[in-house]
Design a protein around this ligand. Structure first.
Ligand SMILES: Cc1cc2nc3c(=O)[nH]c(=O)nc-3n(C[C@H](O)[C@H](O)[C@H](O)COP(=O)(O)OP(=O)(O)OC[C@H]3O[C@@H](n4cnc5c(N)ncnc54)[C@H](O)[C@@H]3O)c2cc1C
Length: 545
């Protein structure tokens, strides 16, 4: 009897659910976080997502842009994660390529399971919807020579650094080990405690300051703790010796420091391909995505967000859009500026003080590089690096991507070399104001100057300016928690992703915050602390807990 009653109740509940007008989630931004939230909602709930994206592309910073048939990625996006959930999510949308004969199975979950691939994945030569398995190679270019990255203290490195500098490195490292000092107060102290002063001055200071445009002394030690984490001299040396004998062939490489990851997945046509595929699935699942639409204002009743004001960037028309839930991946600062009524001044002041770093990528297509491997190689004469850190102080370029080595399918003519030069700057800098032609000239000039290319062999170029690529851990960031508390009070507003949370997140962590936000809604959980505890060492948090 009781069973019958519960079945009847269930049926009545189903009828009610069918009659209930479906709930709507307004999602600001079609980057990895926004699209993940949208997909999860379509797959797991009756909440209908409406994604509003100001650009014309899917993927946000993880998009792919085409120039004369060549595809450029904003920064080179490795797909790897220590989260099983994210790895499986990605491969569910784009399967891993067929592996070479013999490699019928790859260890995916090193400690528990294997990924059943049996070498049967799609062949990238004939199929587009496929993830490539790539080997990471990245080096530091300094003193017009290559050094391993992360720095391995190999005999080759020590020879290139010279006897005197090597001695100074050894002595200053010894000093840091013997007299470590207390908790580091800034990034400079963090580096020196870990690596010693000489190694910090040689390999970390100039590059980090190029990226952030501010002295390491003014950057929070938290950035180092999050990005460099467990990497230390001891681990670098151990890794070097281990790598002589055995490579970590698992894709997720859970036991490897993130900076030392040697393999990663990459969509055949660049990261934007993944997000185009996800966007298609969102539409098929009943979601809507509008591009060219910028959210400028968010209206609250004091406790909940009730609507946003969206502007059609082509026509200038504005529309008020109401919703039941709101996910924001737009920069926190812009969100706070657009809130009506505004937050109390104490919170608004923290928001105004948040700092961002902007980014310019110059794509250059060349006949060939001037720089070659000393002992030749089997990569058609092209060096094998995915990217190179440019440590030379006499040029502004910070990093160099070689897209041929990310995916050969990124390049229209395989006989050419397709480069991405990365410039870190502020949108107020002269660099940001330069015309595209001037930027391309600068890029050619700089790479020629440091002997990497012959500027006369450049065929064509393109320029991409990306504002707010790096949320900075300085400015008012040390008081961010207060701002967060004010924003978390809106029950139905979920800040997710990178700029959405002002967190230096990679794609996987941006995605995880979106997945958890959807789960919170489905479980009726209003406390958002689980979103804020997602960060780059997710696995270690799980272990600790
Ligand atoms: C140089 C570089 C290299 C990187 N390399 C890697 C890597 O190797 N691996 C990795 O996993 N991650 C990498 N990342 C990080 C990765 O790009 C981000 O984590 C990811 O794109 C963040 O996703 P998101 O959705 O939170 O934000 P975003 O990618 O920033 O997307 C936000 C979207 O919101 C839109 N938007 C903003 N404001 C509004 C508004 N008001 N109205 C409507 N739309 C709006 C934007 O146009 C954008 O499309 C790299 C980042 C950089 C800068």
């Amino acid at each position: 009897m009781s069973d019958q009653r519960s079945a009847a109740q269930e049926a009545a509940a189903n009828v009610k659910a069918e009659q209930r007008p479906s709930r709507k989630a307004v999602i600001i931004g079609a980057g990895p976080a926004g699209l993940t939230a949208a997909y999860e909602l379509t797959a797991k709930s009756d909440i209908v997502p409406l994604v509003l994206e100001k650009s014309r592309r899917m993927g946000g910073i993880s998009c792919t842009v085409e120039h004369q048939g060549n595809r450029i990625d904003i920064g080179g996006h490795r797909f790897f994660s220590k989260s099983d959930r994210v790895m499986q999510w990605w491969m569910g949308f784009m399967p891993l390529e067929a592996l070479p004969e013999g490699a019928t199975q790859i260890t995916y979950h090193r400690r528990s399971r294997d990924l059943e691939v049996d070498g049967q994945g799609p062949d990238p030569a004939t199929e587009d919807r496929v993830m490539l398995l790539r080997q990471r190679k990245s080096r530091i270019y300094y003193l017009r020579q290559f050094f391993d990255y992360p720095i391995s203290l190999s005999p080759d490195t020590l020879r290139k650094l010279g006897l005197m500098r090597t001695l100074r490195i050894g002595l200053s490292y010894g000093k840091s080990m013997l007299l470590p000092g207390g908790e580091p107060e800034n990034l400079e102290e963090f580096f020196i405690q870990r690596f010693g002063k000489e190694l910090y001055l040689t390999f970390f200071k100039d590059y980090t300051e190029k990226v952030w445009g501010t002295p390491c002394k003014d950057i929070s030690a938290e950035w180092g703790a999050q990005r460099i984490k467990g990497l230390s001299i001891l681990k670098a040396v151990t890794h070097f010796f281990k790598s002589l004998f055995k490579r970590d062939r698992s894709i997720d490489q859970k036991d490897t420091e993130t900076s030392l990851i040697e393999q990663f997945l990459y969509p055949k046509l660049g990261p934007g391909q993944m997000w185009d595929v996800v966007a298609d699935e969102v539409r098929q699942g009943g979601g809507t995505i509008h591009t060219g639409i910028e959210v400028r204002r968010l209206f609250s009743d004091g406790e909940r967000i009730v609507a946003v004001e969206a502007v059609d960037l082509a026509s200038g028309e504005t529309e008020r859009i109401e919703g039941d839930f709101f996910f924001s991946t737009m920069p926190v600062q812009q969100l706070v500026e657009g809130l009506e009524p505004p937050l109390p001044e104490a919170a608004a002041e923290i928001s105004r003080g948040l700092v961002y770093r902007d980014f310019i990528t110059v794509g250059l297509l060349l006949e060939e590089l001037e720089i070659k491997e000393r002992h030749g190689n089997d990569n058609g004469g092209l060096i094998r690096d995915n990217w190179i850190y440019i440590q030379e102080p006499d040029v502004q370029v910070g990093r160099l991507q070689i897209f041929n080595n990310w995916s050969p399918y990124m390049v229209a003519d395989p006989g050419t070399v397709w480069l991405g030069l990365e410039y870190f700057c502020n949108d107020t800098d002269a660099l940001w104001q330069m015309s595209d032609e001037e930027m391309i000239e600068l890029a050619k000039e700089e790479l020629d100057h440091i002997d990497i290319i012959d500027r006369n062999k450049v065929i064509t170029g393109t320029v991409l300016r990306v504002p707010k690529t790096y949320p900075a851990y300085f400015g008012t960031y040390d008081r961010f928690d207060t701002l967060r508390q004010h924003l978390d009070r809106f029950d139905n507003l979920f800040l997710v992703g990178r700029n959405g949370m002002h967190k230096y997140n990679n794609q996987d962590h941006s995605m995880l915050t979106a997945m958890l936000a959807v789960e919170n809604i489905l479980q009726g959980r209003t406390d958002k602390s689980n979103l804020w505890s997602v960060n780059t060492e997710e696995e270690y948090h799980e272990e600790k807990s």
